[in-house]
Ligand binder design. Sequence first.
Ligand code: 2AM
Length: 514
Amino acid sequence: MAKSKTQSDVGLIGLAVMGQNLVLNMADHGYTVSVYNRTTSKMESFIADCRANEPSAERVVGYAELKDFVKSIAKPRKIILLVQSTAVLPEDRDAVDKTIDSLLPLIDTGDIIIDGGNSNWNATIRREKELTAKGYEFIGSGVSGGELGARFGPSLMPGGSKKAWKSLKPIWEAIAAKVDAKTGKPFEDYAPGKPITEGVPCTTHIGPDGAGHYVKMVHNGIEYIDMQLICEAYNLMKRLLGMKPDEMSKVFDEWNKGLLDSYLIEITTDILQQRDPVNKRKFLVDVVLDTAGQKGTGKWTSGSALDLGIPANSIAEAVFARFLSAIKDERVAASKKLKGPKNVKPVRGKKALIEAIHDALYSSKICAYAQGFQLMAEAAKEHSWKLDFGEIAKIFRGGCIIRARFLQKITDAYTKDPKLANLMLDPYFKKELHRCQENWRKVVSLAVLHGVPTPAFSSALAYFDGYRSAVLPANLLQAQRDYFGAHTYERTDQPRGKFFHVDWPEPDRPQLKA
Ligand code: 2AM
């Protein structure tokens, strides 16, 4: 249907920072955008701000009434929601549902509602079902990259019907981050009114209903562990080598030129050289309190791993590390009572240890991504989604917080073998793990000897060692279960699926359990 001259290409509800920035991004790309916010004054100040500062302000139109907002959008309407989501269980209803409910009497069948918030995939599955049953289209799209990403190019992970995606695709491809087709490196030379239009967009149709929000959630889980690994590397340099932040910044800067080249390493380089604005003799990082917050997506990822039976232990460790950081007062009290190791020899060989920490970080990162991708594979089975992991790694290359050179290698791995059982088995990653493991073990051993906590490095190593073990001590565990609870066991010399039980501690009369 042709739109009238006065109608907007798209509408957006929810003018907090992410919403505002997505609006400006779309306007910079030539789209006219109608905007609405529950609290009208926020819409008005946004519009005033646009007029004062934004080259594309003329393409942004604010509405105080929802019905006028809806009327202003060309059909089939595309209405993006960036409102606060809190629903976790399918039956939970939150502000996203309230907003959808208020829209339904005003929109037409065939219109598309796009939830660009950090909604839980369970809620997205439910909403998609409810809305498509009524004849509307619904897309749940992950939007990653923080405020700057939303403004100049996020990584976008839409889930929903192919038909709905076809309508949204031009806008999503326009506003998404772009990477160089050959190198996979993100283009970042943007400015207001000067969007990037060349390159490969960091968006793809992830799959049906909740697939996009699920992948976005796992992205966040990976982000948790990526950040924790960097923090452990920093802590080891600080505690074992006594390095100061500006010296460490130089190390991270070097690392950013090699295998670890990534956004998170880059910002760490910046953070570590920043002086405290209050007291310039200090580094800012040294006066930031060591308690980390979280919004819940790492917890959701870990909860999903538990539900699906996937050993994403390092991702969970990263969440627990934040919990541990949060009990600051308890830690301060405990630090006066619980003593660490005594008389440990100081570490020698600074250069070699820094190199070893680099390798420990790289190999742990491989394990963390292996866990995240295994989790997505299991969720895909559970929900009958056909996820293309090569494409997913591709859209993580730009825009999002975990963007990294490393992701090109993951794309390569899944392009070569779309059915790869675990990233660690890809020839490149296998080689890297084999190359790094001696250093990785050295670092974890040193950390243990010196009493420096490295939950992410250590759990990743335990994952690697566990995954490559043909035999684990679960034989004893299952025997214990059979001993106290008659839970039965399978035998190594019998076909799988045959279960046995004995009368412990007198196992002379083995019985085949029916
Ligand atoms: P507000 O400015 O009126 O608070 C992020 O919090 C965004 O979600 C804001 O734009 C906020 O609108 C919106 N939001 C939060 N709860 C909402 C609700 N129950 N209905 C509509 N919008 C809501």
